[in-house]
Structure formats: C-alpha cells, structure tokens
Design a protein around this ligand. Sequence first.
Ligand code: ZN
Length: 257
Amino acid sequence: MAKRLTTEQIERYSRQIMVPDLGGKAQMRLRDAGVLVIGAGGLGSPAAFYLAAAGIGTLGIIDPDHVELSNLQRQILHATKNIGQRKVESAQATLTELNPDVEVKTYAFRFDDTNAAEIAAEYQFIVDGSDNFETKFLVNDTAIQLGIAFSHAGIVRLQGQTMTVIPGKSACYRCLFKAPPPAEEILNCQASGILGAVAGTLGTIQATEAVKYLAGFEEGLLTDRLLVYDAKNMKFRDIEVKRDPHCASCGDGRSRS
Ligand code: ZN
C-alpha cells in the first residue's frame, strides 16, 4: 500500500489534485518519483521550479558551473546574491525554500560518459536542459539504454524545440538528428543569445511532460513529434518524427536492455 498524503500535502497540492486527469493517486506517484534535471540553467531552472512546486519527491540537479551575472536574465533559480556560488547549491537552496517536501540531490560536475548511467539509473524521468549537442546525444543514448523516459529541448535566440522520448515506444533524439552537427553550424546561447522567457516556455513544457508521464498519462505526450516554437511570430508547430529502424541508438539492430 502506498503511503497516504499528509494533510499538509493535500493542501499544498490541492489545486492540481482537483484536476480530474490528476487527482490524489497521481500526486502520490509524483511524490514517489525522481526526476533528473541536466543543467541548472535556462531550461533546467523553470523545469526544476515547477517540478519542485508540483511535489516530485526527488529532484536530481547536475551542473558543473558557478552562477554568473549574465546567467540571471534567464536562469531564474539563481539570484544576484548567488553570483559565484555553485549552481547546484543555489538551485538546491531555492527549491528547498519553495518546497521543503522535495529532496534535492546535487551533482556539481558535468554529466558525461563516465557517470551518466550510474546517475540516471536512480531516476524515472530526465529533463535535458543541457546547452550542447554532446550532452544531448549522451542523454538520449543513456536514457534509451536504461529505458528511462526523457524530455529533450533546445533553445536559441527567439526559437525553441522540444520532444519527449519513451524508450522502446517512440522515436528518439538520434532518430531525428543522427549525430551532432559540425561545430561551425552550431548556434548556442553564449554565441547567439536567447530571450529568457523563451527558455522559460520550453522548460515549463518539459516540466509538464515530466508530470504527465509520471502521473501515468498514456496518451497526449509529446512523442513522435518535435514541437517547434517561433516566439518572433508567436507560432507553435508540430513536426512528425518517425522512429528510424536503423537508428544507432534505438534501432532494431541494437539490443535494448
Ligand atoms: Zn532512435
């Protein structure tokens, strides 16, 4: 028998427990779940904020960086007083202040191929808020290998894209993009800029997908389609993504564990 929600939890989460598609059972699932957030930056900040507020039992935050003044325009977990502090520590303090019910585990180093599988295995969902292709492909391949669902997102300037991947069921990030692009084609926040609110929109969609998945939604997830957000013209569109049977990560030739 799952442990019941406390009176305080019922009050704190009352507005989402009221939602017919969620309810008390979903809330217990969220409480018993763990989400790993890769990067406490522009995407990870809003995602982790909403996941903590929603009552996800365990949040893992991995980021090797320290807070800089130029982060604060979009990385809303961190405040001016946190400049110079490790991002994971700043994130932990902010999230715990919002909701002491959530256990925040911190990893003050880079998510790389020496630690990815061991860390990811502790969680039921991954929010990829990383800002580089190497990490995005590593998140994908690790999640496929371990069978952990995750949300991909990327942002640049006034645009964003996001997709949810359920290993063994839906197309993966590598089905769509195959391999990292050549370095000269890469636009990133540092070189190209980003509007903070665009990162906020995408990170919030990632948190929504995590909650839906963990609450047990079987339909309606952002799978087999890439949602593209054009903030300049305020348009969203869906691009269909098909699973590639020859995909190097999830293809039929690969043995999935
Ligand atoms: Zn694939």
